[in-house]
Design a protein around this ligand. Structure first.
Ligand code: PNW
Length: 460
């Protein structure tokens, strides 16, 4: 049995577009995901988040289920277009009221809210009028929106995450076009990312300058999969390191060190925008904690020039820029997403962050897996998910005992939901959702989680 530190934070996570539904209710404006998912062929079966889990109407029940699981924290995101229908200027009070109620009910249930300001559902008006993350005014629009959130919710919300997974926004949204806004380019991802980083920094600046009295903390969540060198050759070791720099250091280096990684500057030339001196100063140090979403591991090898990246989302980014080939070990088990289950990769990832960024406090803000769960006689026996969590948590616990300052862990996800381009086929939840009746049923893994949070330890 391995025990976690006393103050370890156990949580679970969701995001607005994936669970809320009520896409046009009470004055909410459309987002780029409302638009993108309504285009034939963009999502599995043409599915959308129009109703999703209808969390907008069922949030009280969901909080009760969270309470049953014993989690201390709940990470959710605010739908920008619900509180600012066009992304700027006008505030929709009905949207504010929804999040007020959600927050109040969580606090009453003794669950600490962790709020993500941006989990990909950009107000559509900002895409149409300002080119989304490519326009340079977006950084101010985001900062103004963040300001509204701090002002209205900051008396009760003490844990903020500015952006969720900028890598996904840039690469999948502006590089491969598989996520909204569906653009395909080899240069736009670097421009979008540049604006994402600046937007984050401006929001943090406002938070620190105007809301210090709220005594909250603020950070950013980035995602990264582990890259293990395919062989012991120096070439493959360099390739794996380069892959991690193009994945995570792209966003974390500006924030922890003040600029992009050298290897990106060298390889991208003019496609990588430059920060001014003032911007570097503004950006550096703008995260009170290191938010990490971690799902899987791949081997990385020096590329011989032929692209062998075969993963579903091509989650190596723009491989030509890196000269890295990714592959899986045929021995590894994979989830329904085809993401390999490699618990030791999680520990190596945590150590890499510890070493590169001077041992920051880390929160795993997402980790989880999708399987084709089935409801049989009112129960979901998701033993594979339970095993996944057990082994990833074991790896986390080892990392902590080796000096990594991992302070909390949020399971993705609280319940099955709209899994973006994969629609409702990919079930990541601790709770099963019947998408016809919208009934929620705790899976075996949710019941197991209750044990873990109660004992603050995992049996291995
Ligand atoms: C994350 N990749 O998405 C998101 O934060 C969640 O909204 C999502 O449901 C969850 O992970 C599961 O997919 C990702 O291609 C999407 O590497 C794609 C990738 C990583 C994360």
């Amino acid at each position: 049995m391995k025990t976690f530190p006393n103050d370890f934070i156990w949580g679970t996570a969701t995001s607005s577009y994936q669970i809320e539904g009520a896409a046009a209710a009470d004055g909410k404006g459309p987002s780029i995901w409302d638009a993108f998912s309504s285009i034939p062929g963009k999502t599995f079966n043409g599915e959308t988040g129009e109703i999703a889990c209808d969390h907008y109407h069922k949030f009280r029940e969901d909080i009760q289920l969270m309470k049953n699981m014993g989690v201390k924290a709940y990470r959710f995101s605010i739908a920008w277009a619900r509180i600012m229908p066009t992304g700027k200027d006008t505030i929709n009070e009905a949207g504010i009221a929804f999040y007020n109620e959600l927050i109040d009910n969580l606090l009453e249930a003794d669950i600490t809210p962790w709020v993500t300001l941006y989990h990909w559902d950009l107000p559509l008006a900002l895409q149409l009028e300002d080119d989304g993350w490519l326009g340079k005014n977006i950084t101010d629009y985001f900062a103004n929106y963040a300001n509204v959130c701090f002002e209205r919710f900051g008396d009760r919300v003490k844990n903020w995450i500015t952006l969720n997974e900028s890598w996904v926004v840039a690469i999948l949204g502006y590089g491969q076009g598989v996520f909204a806004p569906g653009r395909i380019s080899t240069s736009e991802p670097y421009l979008a990312a540049h604006h994402l980083i600046l937007a984050h920094a401006k929001a943090v600046q406002i938070f620190r300058n105007s809301y210090a009295h709220q005594n909250g903390r603020i950070g950013i969540t980035n995602n990264c999969d582990w890259r293990e060198p395919l062989t012991d050759s120096q070439e493959d070791k360099d390739a794996a390191e380069r892959a991690l720099e193009f994945f995570l250091a792209w966003f974390a280096d500006p924030i922890y060190k003040g600029d992009y990684p050298q290897v990106m500057k060298e390889r991208l030339g003019d496609r990588l925008p430059k920060f001014s001196k003032e911007e570097k100063v503004m950006i550096k140090g703008t995260s009170d904690f290191f938010g990490l979403n971690h799902y899987t591991t791949m081997y990385a090898a020096h590329s011989d020039g032929t692209n062998k990246d075969t993963n579903v989302y091509g989650n190596g980014g723009i491989s030509e820029d890196q000269d890295v080939d990714l592959s899986l070990d045929p021995e590894w088990k994979v989830t329904l997403m085809q993401w390999a289950v490699v618990p030791w990769g999680c520990k190596k990832m945590l150590h890499w962050i510890k070493d590169r960024y001077d041992n920051p406090n880390i929160y795993i803000t997402e980790n989880g897996c999708s399987y084709s769960d089935e409801l049989i006689n009112g129960e979901v026996d998701d033993q594979e998910r339970l095993n996944f969590y057990k082994h990833y948590l074991e790896s986390c616990q080892e990392a902590i005992s080796e000096g990594v300052k991992l302070k909390g862990y949020f399971a993705w996800s609280f319940m099955d939901n709209f899994e973006w381009a994969s629609g409702y086929k990919m079930r990541f939840g601790l709770h099963y959702v019947d998408f016809k009746t919208l009934e929620r049923i705790p899976k075996k893994s949710a019941l197991w989680f209750r044990d873990v949070t109660a004992k603050n330890s995992v049996d291995f």
